[in-house]
Every structure is written in structure tokens, then in C-alpha cells.
Write a protein that binds this ligand. Sequence first.
Ligand SMILES: C[S@@+](CC[C@H](N)C(=O)[O-])C[C@H]1O[C@@H](n2cnc3c(N)ncnc32)[C@H](O)[C@@H]1O
Length: 220
Amino acid sequence: MKIFNKKFPNIFLNKRKFYTKSSDKTSFFDERIIVEKKSFFREWDSKRSKLAAALSNGISQIGIKEGSVVLYLGASHGYTPSFVSDIIGDSGFVFCVEISPVVARDLVVICEKRKNMTPILASANHPETYKQLVVEADIVYQDIAQKNQVEIFLKNCNAYLKKEGFGLLTIKSRSIDITKKPKMIFKEVMKVLEEKMTVVDYRTLEPHEKDHALFVVKKK
Ligand SMILES: C[S@@+](CC[C@H](N)C(=O)[O-])C[C@H]1O[C@@H](n2cnc3c(N)ncnc32)[C@H](O)[C@@H]1O
């Protein structure tokens, strides 16, 4: 089995599939684990993770690396956050904000097993409510299907993203306006982001996710 590091730190490739290196062989989501020279590599599914989908579609930069502090908005059951946790390693940290107590139950289980993740039951629409629980972040990652998703993202970047830190925003165009073509929505999102941030790159996420895009921005 040949597994090799591509261009992003701690993200590996084998037969066109992405993997992250885990400190143990726990498979939280029934993901495949490859054992290679006593290291454990977890398969990261581009159909389940918009970040993996953006990597599959050739995004040029994600900013996340060993030691990064990540504010993750819309953590859900913890699928993508668990891979981010692998990438940043023991010297990094992921603050996982999730609004739904039901899905947060699975997230809590993962966070109990991983020293570099913590769950925060809160609405990302009200960043002031978790002020005491987070620190300034190198990365703000958002995956929330809300009409005002861009506004929520900018509020959080404004409150918690370090200068020159990276923001990663997934967009579900139908949640913003179901009557408009996704292309048009992405153009409008780009314009709003460009007013406040430097847009580094963006990718639409098909065929993995229909009518979605992921934007990478940098705080000026
Ligand atoms: C598409 S899922 C996220 C999937 C996850 N990012 C992953 O890749 O594993 C969107 C999540 O955002 C949560 N959500 C929606 N509105 C929110 C808000 N205002 N604040 C925090 N979480 C929110 C939903 O409950 C849902 O779990």
C-alpha cells in the first residue's frame, strides 16, 4: 500500500482518496483505516465532507496545518472536525460550535476521546455567547446552511480570526435563495467577501455536493 503526502501538511493520498494520520485506530464513522508502518490513516470521504470535496476539486490553499487553532462553526456529528483534529495534531485545537443538541451528542463522544477538540453548544449567529469559551483562531471554518450564512461567517471572523488568518466558508446556494442559479449566488458571495477579506481561492463542490462552493479567504 503506497500512501504519500501531497501538497497539504498532514493530508495523504492513496488511489485518489484522501487520508489523515490518526493517533489511534478508532473509526468513529466506519471509515476505512489503513495501517502503514505502525501509523493509522483514516479515509476521508469527499461525499461526506465539503473540505475533502474542495481538496478533490483542486483547492490551492486551506491554511490548516500542525498547531492551528480552528474555530469550527456547524460541527454537526463531528465528521469533518475529526479530520481537522488529525491535521492540526496535539499542538492545535478545534473549538466545535454546534446548535443542535441532538447531533452534538455524537460530537461530545468524539471530543471526549480527543484532547484537541471541544464541543460548544451555541448558535454561530451569536458569537458573543461563546466569548468566554474560545480564543483567537488561526482558522475560522464554517459549514452552516442558513440564509444569512455569509453574515454569520463575517461576524465570527471579525470577532475571532487572527490578522492574516484563513477563513473557510462553505456555501449552500439553495439556503440563500432557491430561485437563483447557484452561479449567481456564488458571484454575489464573492463580491461581499471581497469587500472585507482577500479571497484566496474558491471551488464549486460538484460532483460531491450539488449547488455548493467553498471559499478560502484571508483576513486583511
Ligand atoms: C451540513 S452540517 C455540518 C457538517 C459538518 N461540517 C461536517 O462536515 O462534518 C450543518 C450543521 O450546522 C448546524 N447549524 C445550523 N445553524 C447553526 C448555527 N446558527 N450555529 C451553529 N450550528 C448551526 C446544523 O445543526 C448542522 O449540524
